[in-house]
Every structure is written in structure tokens, then in C-alpha cells.
Write a protein that binds this ligand. Structure first.
Ligand SMILES: *Cc1c(COP(=O)(O)O)cnc(C)c1O
Length: 427
């Protein structure tokens, strides 16, 4: 079987693909934002017919993906944790698929691995880490980054855990995170073998930020009860309301109690790229590790995410492994093989999206994006308030939770409005 197809077929497919993508880019607004959900119809489309010409097959999947999907790139899709994909990122991902570099080992893809290292250093620097002591790795998403952080924290506190596992840890290791944090933290604890009950949810204040006195109380209580607190996950922009936990105060508590501080700033982390907003994450440099999703605010196609740490040896200690079948041609060189730094083994070149975009728009391009969305958020807050809506959350980030004060106490009101809006296909 020749998976290359013929040069003629390739040319036809490229043109067809280009036309479709171009039409999608130009006319996204003409589509319904959300489809009517009908599983039978989707399945019928998928099962339709067994053989197609290459061109018909492409048409078949393009139709499926256009008809049966929420179009997050739509200009009236306002859940901007999943923004419209930046076009340079689309180009980069196409190139990545075609050249298919293998990033497991440095020697197989020196350009790709060095690009990702460069981005790790640059991003770490923007979060306040020192350049020569920053390490990190691209992950599939915030969930994998948070899981990686849990593993780092375990290695840090229980160095023998990598060899002997959790069974030799006598006390129950405890992770703290706010009740508003992302639930990938709970999942990470489960995958790590700690179990969900190792995660203690800390109550939030009236602005949905982790309560530091509550955290302090809970740490003391757990130590008294014979548990072993080892990690706090602070959130820099919660998924529900954009709340930013008091990072510096939490960092102080962590230092006093020898706890690993992880900052989950999957969405909000973008503010460090703009001079006027980086103060919102003040104290980020004190975090032992940081999760940042470039596929959120920075508009990279999925999956583009980063786990950063200011402990340069710890990823290697946690994930390092040596085998006979991996390339050894870099022995003696000061390089790191990503497979020894990561949960993943074979790796896709995720960083290219960010790098190519950066080379086209510069850091200033990302800063401008942050400014523009902060302004839109402020504008929306003003418009909502002046036309009688009530804003329920307090954050400077462009995440706005609002309701009609007249109906706010009716539990059916919000679901009713949401259904109405989404089923209209208009937004
Ligand atoms: C989105 C998000 C995650 C999960 O990230 P994925 O990229 O979806 O895996 C984790 N934490 C926070 C705060 C998030 O907003």
C-alpha cells in the first residue's frame, strides 16, 4: 500500500484542504456555533459508505467535522478558554504532521528539542524563574502538566518513592487546593496512586480565592492527625470565575511547612507576557512548578501546554530512565532527552506552534493579545453593569460571570438562558 498517494492525488487533496480551511477561516461566522445534538445522525454519517476516492474521503470528514461540532473558533463563541486557533499554529501543526519529528531523544530531532528548550527558558523567565535554573517540558495539556507536578512534588518530598513506590510512605501524603481549583488535580492524585482523599479542598473567600487562614488551619490539623502534607496547588485564574489565589501568602506557608508549591495558571498565565498585567501573578517565581496552557489564552491549536519548574534536576530524577534501545549518540554532550523528562515517550513537536507564531508576531504580539482581551473584558463589565446586569465574580481577568438580579434567585433562570442561547446557534 502506498500511503504517499500519487503526486496528482496529493495536489488535489492539498487544494481541496486549502479551500476548505480558507472558507472556514473567512466564513466561520456563517456557521451555527453549536450543532443540534443527534447521535444517530452523526453515527449514520460515519457509517455511510465504505470506499471513497481520496478527494471524496476528505470531503466526507470535512463535512462531518463542520456539521457535527461546536465551532469554538466562531466569533460569537465566548468560552475563550478554547479560542480560535492562531493560523501560524495551524501551519506549524501541518508541518509537524508531515515531517513527523520524533522528540523522544534529542539526537533524532535536535532542532525541535532545542526549540522547546528555548521556549521553556523564555516562558520560565517571564514567570520570574532564573534562566539557568529553569527546566520544563511540553505536555498535552494542563491535566498532564498538573500530573507531572504531583510526581515532581512526590520525588522532592519522598526521594525513594520512585524506587519503592507509595507503599513505603507510612503517613498519608496530602495535597491542598482550593474548592474552586481544576479537577485535574484530583485526577492527578488518583493516577499517582494517592487517591482522591489525599486532596484536601480548602474553602475560598468571597472572591473565590483560596483562604490562607483555612489552609493554615488544615495543614496544622493534618499534621496533628499524623498525615504528611507535601504539596499545595494554587490557581492563577480559576476555570469557573478567574479567581487568582494569594500566591505570595501561600508561598510563605509552603516555605514554613516545607510544601511544594504548584501554580496552576493554565489560562491566566498569559498575563505575564504583558507588562501592565504581570503583577496579577506576583509571586509566581516562588512556585516550585507552574502549569501553563498555550492552547488557551495564547490561541495555539491543541495540545500545547507547558510544565515549568525552578528545580532543574527534578524532572530527570522523576522520569529519567536508561535503556539499551534508545539512541546513545549524544553521550558526553550537554543535552537532555525529553523522554527522560516526561510522562510521554514518543513525542509530537508541540512547541513548533508557539515558536512559529512567536517568530511572526514576536512577544509583543502576545502582549497585544492580552491587552486587547483585558480591554474587552473591562468594556463588557461596563456594558453589563450599565444595562442592569449583575456581575457575580471579581477578577481583573476577562472572565465575567453575570446574571439578571431580578431572576438571580430562580434556579431555572440561568439554565433557561443558556439553553436558549446555545440552541439558537447564534452564540
Ligand atoms: C483548563 C485548565 C486545566 C486543564 O487543562 P487541559 O489543557 O484542559 O488539560 C487545568 N487547570 C486549569 C486552571 C484550567 O483552566
Amino acid at each position: 500500500m502506498n500511503f504517499d498517494l500519487s503526486p496528482t492525488d496529493r495536489e488535489i487533496l492539498w487544494k481541496h484542504l486549502q479551500n476548505h480551511v480558507e472558507t472556514f477561516y473567512t466564513d466561520t461566522a456563517q456557521l451555527e456555533v453549536a450543532p443540534k445534538l443527534n447521535q444517530q445522525q452523526v453515527q449514520e454519517h460515519i457509517n455511510a459508505q465504505s470506499t471513497f476516492s481520496p478527494s471524496e474521503a476528505l470531503e466526507h470528514v470535512m463535512e462531518g467535522m463542520t456539521r457535527f461540532a461546536v465551532h469554538t473558533p466562531h466569533p460569537r463563541y465566548f468560552g475563550l478558554f478554547n479560542p480560535r486557533a492562531a493560523f501560524p499554529g495551524v501551519v506549524a501543526d501541518t508541518l509537524t504532521a508531515a515531517l513527523n519529528p520524533q522528540l523522544a531523544a534529542w539526537s533524532h530531532a535536535p532542532f525541535a528539542v532545542e526549540v522547546e528548550n528555548y521556549l521553556v527558558q523564555e516562558m520560565g523567565h517571564r514567570f520570574g524563574y532564573e534562566r539557568n535554573s529553569t527546566d520544563g517540558v511540553f505536555t498535552t495539556g494542563g491535566a498532564e502538566a498538573n500530573l507531572t507536578a504531583v510526581q515532581l512534588a512526590l520525588t522532592h518530598r519522598f526521594p525513594k518513592h520512585n524506587q519503592h513506590g507509595l507503599v513505603e510512605i507510612v503517613k498519608r501524603p496530602i495535597i491542598y487546593t482550593s474548592s474552586e481549583s481544576h479537577h485535574s488535580v484530583v485526577k492527578a492524585a488518583r493516577v499517582a496512586g494517592l487517591g482522591a482523599s489525599s486532596v484536601k479542598e480548602i474553602a475560598v473567600d468571597e472572591q473565590f480565592r483560596m483562604s490562607v487562614p483555612e489552609l493554615d488551619r488544615q495543614i496544622k490539623k493534618d499534621i496533628e492527625q499524623g498525615h504528611e502534607p507535601f504539596m499545595v496547588v494554587a490557581t492563577g485564574g480559576t476555570t469557573g470565575s478567574g479567581a487568582i489565589d494569594p500566591i505570595e501568602k501561600i508561598a510563605e506557608l509552603c516555605q514554613q511547612n516545607n510544601l511544594w508549591l504548584h501554580l496552576d495558571t493554565a489560562y491566566g498565565g498569559a498575563v505575564v507576557l504583558e507588562e501592565s498585567t504581570k503583577r496579577l501573578l506576583m509571586g509566581s517565581e516562588k512556585a516550585d512548578s507552574i502549569t501553563f496552557d498555550a492552547h488557551k489564552w495564547l490561541s495555539m491549536p491543541m495540545s500545547t501546554s507547558l510544565l515549568l519548574t525552578r528545580h532543574p534536576d527534578l524532572l530527570g530524577q522523576t522520569f529519567g530512565i536508561s535503556t539499551d534501545y534508545m539512541p546513545k549518540d549524544t553521550t558526553g554532550m550537554a543535552i537532555t532527552d525529553p523522554y527522560s523528562h516526561s510522562i510521554q515517550w514518543s513525542r509530537r513537536f508541540s512547541g513548533l506552534k508557539l515558536y512559529l507564531t512567536l517568530r511572526m508576531v514576536g512577544w509583543e504580539g502576545f502582549a497585544a493579545l492580552v491587552r486587547q482581551q483585558m480591554q474587552s473584558g473591562n468594556e463588557l463589565r461596563k456594558l453589563l453593569t450599565s444595562s442592569g446586569w449583575e456581575i457575580k465574580n471579581q477578577t481583573e481577568l476577562p472572565i465575567i460571570c453575570f446574571t439578571d438580579p431580578h431572576w438571580a434567585t430562580d434556579p431555572n433562570f440561568i439554565p433557561f438562558v443558556c439553553r436558549k442561547v446555545v440552541s439558537s446557534g447564534q452564540a
